[in-house]
Design a protein around this ligand. Structure first.
Ligand code: NOJ
Length: 545
């Protein structure tokens, strides 16, 4: 087992980059690897240090590539294996790591393994690559994830005359991890992509690998045992530098189980924290955030949460109470068409009603709370969305580069684009695009570059401990991030009105403070209550010197 791992992921700023949506180099209306390479300089300027690219294997794309039809090649619409290798090399040349997807809970029904399973004799290993049953009353009570689309986790296969198990769409049959040959195949897939120098894998839908009667079929012990085996394998083979990022949309305790004893996943999205950031700024109260942080267990030293505001899926409301979900829907998606499954299919900018102050505030929370921040492409320019498009496509539209044809994403006929660009009057690509914002010193893009650069200069954000302060004014969220001799006081006004707060900082009496966004000196700390006034949706990062 490697001992000298750098834990690079703890200091990373991850950018979620769908190849399809970023830049089209050959004018066919679909983004591709060659196009993404051309835009790496943009990402380098932005300051992000790791790129999480979405599925790019051949696929019928009925779940945007999370329905893999062949694990060993590149979907020709995105390029070929040499383009992929060039992308990795070019990212590395700019000191950016590359994280790819490992979608192993299920395949597409078009995958050769599924087609083979259908023809294979009952009881054979090939048939048992998937989970079959003559009746659909096995595993009763297991929740349905895509509940707007699927009535059951079982679908009847008329050829086999049995049901097969699937946690997502019915065209995504679940692999059977009880079959040792399936496990071997997964190791092979991992090794195949690792040989090209990828730095990490996001483990899609990882809680659902094994099914067990009488359970929720989620987080069962066998899934954790399997993860430990895979982790031991990569640690040994790749010197402990390959990252596993779990997608486990669970309550903090169950999610934290995916860290194991530091021997399963290095990182794990903090799903329950995310909606509570939205709740807090709407309720003008920090309570929801404090509660969830309280419920978040300590995690092993070599592990770190991944924090995020939005991603390519709906803003999931699975990890909130029924009452809070109702609240979130009423507040953030009064139009029911913006809802999907148990969530909201909108982007950060539209959720914030286009408010620049609130977009900043959300990012300030993201970048100052413990965890590695993960940004969703387009949110750095405040891109809009279109919930009139199917499924989650409304948040997957082409990246907006300039005010020209197709927002500068592609030279194709606009009717041929994989999805239309955003032309909503408030969020029209003619004004919301990279070129406009790179030329405006006060754009949200420039501001995002700035917060990233401040973040990188202060290790306390990535590595520090958190001490929560609880001033009487509950509209104020305030904490101290501390790493070695660096202490940063974070003060966030969740309310839209100017507020006053008194903080007990007597433990730091004698220290001076400097505000990190503007560089101004703020009052020195004494053993008296530290009094601050703060504008509506305002924030301070005060470094103690
Ligand atoms: C989670 C992915 O984020 C989502 O986009 C996908 O539909 C499901 N897993 C199924 O793979």
């Amino acid at each position: 087992m490697a001992t000298k791992a750098s834990h690079w992921y703890k200091d990373a700023i991850i950018y979620e980059l769908p190849i399809k949506s970023f830049y089209d180099s050959n004018g066919d209306g679909i983004g591709d690897f060659k196009g993404a390479i051309q835009k790496l300089d943009y990402l380098e300027r932005l300051g992000v240090t790791a790129l999480w690219i979405l599925p790019f294997n051949p696929s019928p794309l009925r779940d945007d590539g999370y329905d893999v039809a062949d694990y060993y090649s590149v979907n020709p619409i995105y390029g070929n294996i040499d383009d992929f290798k060039a992308f990795v090399a070019e990212a590395h040349r700019r000191n950016m790591r590359v994280i790819i997807e490992l979608v192993i809970n299920h395949t597409s029904d078009q995958h050769e393994w599924f087609q083979r399973a259908k023809k294979a004799p009952e009881g054979s290993s090939h048939r048992n690559f998937y989970v079959w049953s003559p009746s659909n009353d096995k595993y009763q009570g297991v929740r349905i994830i895509f509940q707007d689309f699927e009535p059951s986790n079982w679908t009847w296969d008329p050829d086999v005359e049995q049901y097969f198990w699937h946690r997502f769409y019915h065209h995504q049959p679940d692999l059977n991890f009880d079959n040792p040959e399936v496990q071997t195949e997964i190791f092979n897939v991992l090794d195949y992509w690792a040989q090209f120098g990828v730095d990490g894998f996001r483990l899609d839908a990882i809680p659902y690998l094994f099914e067990r009667e009488g359970t929720s079929c989620e987080n069962v012990p066998e899934t954790h045992e399997f993860l430990k085996k895979v982790r031991a394998h990569v640690d040994e083979k790749y010197k402990g530098e390959i990252l596993f990022l779990a997608e486990a949309n669970m309550w903090p305790k169950d999610a934290a189980a995916y860290f194991g004893n530091g021997d399963e996943c290095h990182m794990n999205f903090h799903f329950p924290l995310m909606p509570r950031l939205y709740m807090a700024i709407r309720r003008h109260n920090r309570k929801d955030i404090l509660e969830i942080l309280d419920k978040t267990p300590e995690i092993p030293d070599n592990c770190q949460w991944a924090t995020f505001l939005r991603n390519h899926d709906e803003l999931t409301l699975e990890m909130v109470t029924d009452e809070d979900r109702k609240y979130m829907w009423e507040e953030y998606s009064p139009d029911p068409r913006a809802r999907i499954n148990l969530g909201i299919r909108r982007r950060l900018a539209t959720l914030m009603d286009g408010s620049r102050r609130k977009m900043e505030l959300m990012n300030v929370m993201l970048f100052s709370m413990p965890g590695t921040p993960v940004l969703y492409y387009g949110d750095e320019i405040g891109m809009g969305d279109n919930y009139h498009l199917d499924d989650r496509n409304g948040v997957r539209t082409p990246m907006q580069w300039n005010s020209g044809l197709n927002a500068g994403f592609s030279t194709t006929n606009p009717q041929e684009l994989y999805l239309p660009v955003i032309i909503d009057p408030e969020f029209h690509y003619e004004s919301i695009n990279v070129e406009v914002m790179e030329n405006k010193p006060r754009s949200i893009l420039k501001w995002t570059q700035k917060i990233i650069s401040i973040y990188k200069q202060h290790k306390a954000f990535a590595r520090g401990s958190l001490q929560m302060l609880e001033p009487a004014n509950e509209a104020i969220l305030s904490y101290i991030r501390s790493f070695e001799d660096e202490q940063i006081l974070v003060v966030i006004n969740l309310s839209e009105k100017p507020e006053v707060v008194e903080l007990d900082l007597s433990a730091y009496a004698g220290r001076k403070t400097v505000e990190l966004f503007g560089g101004n000196h703020f009052p020195a700390i004494t053993d008296k209550p530290y009094l601050l006034t703060i504008g509506g949706s305002g924030y301070y990062w005060l470094k103690m010197v």
